[in-house]
Design a protein around this ligand. Structure first.
Ligand SMILES: *[C@@H]1O[C@H](CO)[C@@H](O)[C@H](O)[C@H]1NC(C)=O
Ligand SMILES: *[C@@H]1O[C@H](CO)[C@@H](O)[C@H](O)[C@H]1NC(C)=O
Ligand SMILES: CC(=O)N[C@H]1CO[C@H](CO)[C@@H](O)[C@@H]1O
Length: 432
């Protein structure tokens, strides 16, 4: 049973919206599309409005955004309402004043208010300091925000540097990485072994698809980390904070811009052997694709690179220079169209077989929550690159022939057999 008061309450909501809009703000609200038709009207009220005793319940709602420019008047002449109701009804009001706005359902806070409430004022200042960035964050292109809280934000000195009139391109990119295009709540980020999250960083070299970051859930604790450039990870702290445009998750730090593989390798001494292999090829012809040296791995779009640790290379006795190109190719996958997913960890499925640039294949297997590629375990996943992703593995996939036998042109048949028998990669054998 719907009382007249409730209808007045609903009406007031619209009026209240108009009041808010008088300040020049964009007002976002919800409109009940299934407002039930009243059958009879049993209540009247005096000149002073009082809120109904209990909040009405509302059916499914849809969101809309509207700019209000109209003034409203507080008095009503007798008139007929039809909009929003399935039955027409008539009521009359003497001119009167409402003393208390009734808010039957809460309005979500703006991004700005939500960030302040969540203790992310420094991040707010960061994204507000650049007009383009702030406009992006307030557009429908952003549905989820990863926001470092104030204790996690870079120190005051850094902040002061960040808060120049405009952000540098690197800082803009960093802000774009934190602005996700889809509504991605904690339950999605917790999906094992992780979730690929599309960002608003469109500078990636991925055949036109945007840069991503990847979540990494801890199956024991339920805690979630987000991996970005250099394989750096931040922790999610407070999650699923609603604001008008979507969700905020607070984090333990800013996300890291992806850097070229050759630069990324320099930041990790335990991967220096792979880096030396790359450097040993310099600008010479590295691969079957006729691109050169690190340029191939740095600039070919949509690559997946498996990087054996120094330890793994040591255990196979190192790689002779003549085999460097072949070994690198045996650890590289190129997804040459958008239809072939880049091998971020969540995209590597048990039983999947990937074709390497060496012409061979590697099989993916998932056991006890760990992912293996050609029998090598991924020990550090999701080092995001501008052109794809790298994972650190604990074994060499494309095993080189032992150094003693590896003089170009003189490789004994047994050496070749050993390479193939490694079983993980049937590489197209180079002509050594
Ligand atoms: C950092 O800045 C805040 C306000 O901007 C200030 O209250 C605080 O004292 C500063 N901390 C340091 C260590 O300077
Ligand atoms: C999960 O969290 C526990 C407790 O912090 C930690 O010991 C463990 O190493 C984590 N697991 C992974 C896979 O990071
Ligand atoms: C390092 C390497 O593989 N260099 C080769 C580049 O290609 C020329 C011929 O095209 C070879 O002679 C080099 O050995």
């Amino acid at each position: 049973m719907w009382s007249r008061s409730l209808v007045v309450a609903a009406l007031w909501e619209v009026i209240a919206s108009t009041v808010a809009a008088d300040a020049g703000d964009r007002y976002t609200s919800r409109w009940d599309t299934t407002f039930p038709a009243p059958s009879t009207w049993t209540k009247s009220h005096g000149p002073t409005y009082t809120a109904p005793p209990s909040a009405p319940t509302y059916g499914p709602t849809k969101e809309y955004t509207k700019e209000y420019t109209k003034e409203y008047t507080k008095s009503y002449a007798p008139h007929t309402y039809t909009k929003g109701y399935t039955e027409e009804y008539t009521k009359s009001y003497a001119p009167h004043t409402y003393t208390k706005p009734h808010k039957p359902y809460p309005t979500l806070p703006s991004l700005e208010d939500a960030l302040i409430n969540a203790g992310c004022s420094k991040f707010l200042a960061f994204i507000k300091s650049d007009d383009d960035t702030w406009a992006l964050y307030n557009s429908p292109r952003v549905r989820t925000v990863f926001a470092p809280d104030d204790v996690s934000f870079p120190s005051n000195t850094t902040l002061a540097r960040l808060l120049r009139r405009e952000l540098t391109p690197e800082q803009q990119q960093q802000a774009d990485l934190s602005a996700e295009t889809q509504l991605t709540d904690l339950s999605k980020l917790r999906i094992v072994p992780g979730t690929i999250v599309e960002t608003n960083d469109n500078s990636a070299n991925l055949l036109g698809s945007p840069q991503v970051v990847v979540s990494s859930p801890n199956t024991t604790t339920g805690a979630v980390k987000i991996a970005s450039g250099l394989g750096n990870e931040v922790d999610l702290k407070t999650t699923d904070i609603q604001y008008t445009g979507g969700l905020i998750h607070t984090t333990s730090g800013l996300l890291t811009n992806p850097l070229l593989l050759s630069t990324t390798l320099l930041t990790n001494p335990s991967l220096s052997t792979f880096n030396s292999l790359l450097n040993s090829l310099g600008s010479s012809n590295l691969t079957s694709r006729q691109t050169s040296g690190s340029a191939k791995l740095d600039f070919t779009p949509r690559i997946t690179v498996f990087i054996p640790t120094n330890e793994a290379f040591n255990s196979v006795g190192g790689v002779p220079p003549s085999q460097a190109a072949a070994v690198l190719d045996g650890h590289t996958i190129v997804s040459s169209s958008l239809a072939e997913p880049v091998g971020y960890l969540p995209a590597l499925q048990n039983g999947q077989v990937l074709k390497t640039e060496g012409g061979g294949t590697v099989a993916i297997s998932v056991r006890d929550g760990e992912t293996y590629v050609g029998g090598a375990k991924i020990v550090k996943a999701n080092i995001i690159l501008p052109n794809g992703v790298a994972h650190v593995v604990n074994k060499v996939l494309a095993q080189p022939v032992q150094t003693g036998a590896a003089i170009p042109g003189t490789v004994p048949a047994a050496g070749r057999a050993a390479l193939v028998a490694a079983g993980v990669v049937a590489m197209a054998l180079p002509s050594w």
